[in-house]
Each structure stands twice: as structure tokens, then as C-alpha cells.
Write a protein that binds this ligand. Structure first.
Ligand SMILES: C[S@@+](CC[C@H](N)C(=O)[O-])C[C@H]1O[C@@H](n2cnc3c(N)ncnc32)[C@H](O)[C@@H]1O
Length: 239
């Protein structure tokens, strides 16, 4: 624990620095086209692989109550609710939360991860916290992960789906760092892509361990015939 505090503080700048805030600004700017893309099912990898993979991962821990962090327009909440799960969704973007609320099947709150990290927002304990492609920042994510355990009951799980580092690394060196964002393939309505923080697999595992989680299982959903996995799913529980 002492090591964690020391190592965390050693490299720490402001966890809510400009690039972290750009992420939220970008999602505010792109909320409507994003909601339309999700509702139209136009992101092929999601329809083919990753939507089912995250639903299966969450349902495999048989939760009654789930907290969906960075829930977007709420498709996952609706999908889990259809399976009898009570879902609380949180997202920084008012337009996405308005959409989620309008579609229903959950309780939705406009909150930034910062409010969770600083323990200004919390909910009654849930059986699972799920982050579906919603951990995009650097130190902001690390700060929030330090507080997420407080939302989980004793036998609760944290389930993270993210871009697979192997597939997302591209032509860059395989090391942690900020990467330029891009909406390539998403259409002309999208603008202002935000930077995002690349983590190696080793770094994802270390970050989760530093913040009090044991990684129980690592899944690599892959489309039939594909050479690289469509995503990485980390199934964790508080230590
Ligand atoms: C790629 S979208 C994923 C949305 C949803 N989980 C899904 O599967 O469709 C990333 C989401 O994370 C949210 N997000 C990113 N940074 C955030 C922050 N600091 N606080 C709250 N929400 C954040 C964005 O607003 C956006 O809705």
C-alpha cells in the first residue's frame, strides 16, 4: 500500500489536466452523432463482437445491480435491464444522459469521473461496475479507479472492456502514452477528436492492481477469421 501511494504520487501531474478535459469536450461535441451511430448499429465491431462480449461478461457474474460508468446513450443499461438487472448509468455528457433517460430502463446521472474520484458522488453498493470503452484518459482513470471499489459490495466485480493494446498500438512504440484521436470511419458528422491514453497490457494490469483490484480473468473477443482481437475484457474483483 505504501508503495502504491509513493509510486502514484511520484509521477502525478494534475489528473484533470487539459487533455483529460478535452476528452469530455469532444464527447459533448459528438454526443448526437454518437447516439445515432449506436442506435443505427453502424459500428461493425460492436455488432459483430464486442456488444455481446460485454453483455456475456457482465451476466457471467450474475449481478442484480450494475453501475455503468461512461454509459453513453445507455444501450448496455437497456440490454442488461432486459435480462433483469437494475442499472445505474453515469456519464459526463448531458445530451447522452438525456437520451439514456428518454429510452429508459435505468437510473442515469450526469457526473464526471472526477466526482467519483473525489468521492463527491457515490451510489449504494452494486454487484458489478462496468466500463465499456469508457476509460479513455490517463491519470483521471487512475484517480477514479482508486475510488471505484467503494461502489462495490464485498463480492462485487469490476469489468472493463477496452481497445486491445495489440490491435490499438498501430505504428507507435508499444508503450504507455497519449495518442491523437481520430474519427476515421465514423462519418462527416463527427468532429474534434480527443486524445486518448494508450496502455500496454502490462500497464492495464498494474494500474488495476495498484488500485486494489485482483484481475481474475482476461478475455480477448475476436471476430471470426480476424487476426487480432476486437477488444480486451478484464474481469476483476477488489482484493
Ligand atoms: C466510447 S463512449 C462509450 C459509451 C458507452 N459505454 C457505450 O458502450 O456505448 C465513451 C463514454 O465515456 C464517457 N466519458 C469519457 N470521459 C468521461 C469522464 N471523465 N467522466 C464521465 N464520462 C466520461 C463519454 O462521455 C462517453 O459517453
Amino acid at each position: 500500500m505504501i508503495c502504491f501511494q509513493e509510486s502514484k504520487l511520484a509521477g502525478m501531474t494534475d489528473p484533470w489536466e487539459a487533455r483529460e478535459q478535452q476528452i469530455v469536450q469532444s464527447w459533448n461535441a459528438n454526443a448526437e452523432p454518437w447516439a445515432q451511430a449506436i442506435q443505427a448499429g453502424s459500428i461493425a465491431s460492436r455488432k459483430l463482437v464486442t456488444d455481446a462480449a460485454i453483455v456475456n461478461a457482465v451476466m457471467s457474474v450474475q449481478p442484480q445491480r450494475v453501475l455503468d460508468l461512461g454509459c453513453g446513450e445507455g444501450w448496455l443499461a437497456r440490454s442488461l435491464a432486459a435480462r433483469g438487472v437494475t442499472v445505474i448509468g453515469v456519464d459526463a455528457v448531458p445530451h447522452l444522459i438525456a437520451k439514456a433517460t428518454q429510452f429508459g430502463h435505468g437510473e442515469f446521472h450526469v457526473q464526471e469521473y472526477r466526482a467519483i474520484a473525489e468521492r463527491r458522488w457515490h451510489c449504494d453498493p452494486v454487484d458489478a461496475v462496468v466500463c465499456n470503452f469508457s476509460l479513455l484518459g490517463g491519470e483521471s482513470v487512475e484517480s477514479m479507479m482508486g475510488a471505484v471499489g467503494g461502489c462495490l459490495g464485498a463480492s462485487g466485480h469490476l469489468i472493463v472492456q477496452t481497445l486491445h493494446p495489440l490491435a490499438a498500438c498501430g505504428e507507435h512504440p508499444y508503450q504507455d502514452g497519449w495518442r491523437e484521436g481520430s474519427w476515421r470511419g465514423f462519418g462527416a458528422d463527427f468532429s474534434d477528436p480527443a486524445p486518448w491514453y494508450f496502455r500496454t497490457l502490462e500497464s492495464w494490469l498494474a494500474m488495476l492492481r495498484r488500485n486494489g483490484f485482483e484481475v481474475l480473468e482476461c478475455r480477448e473477443p475476436t471476430a471470426p477469421g480476424a487476426f487480432t482481437p476486437a477488444s480486451l475484457i478484464l474481469m476483476c474483483r477488489p482484493r
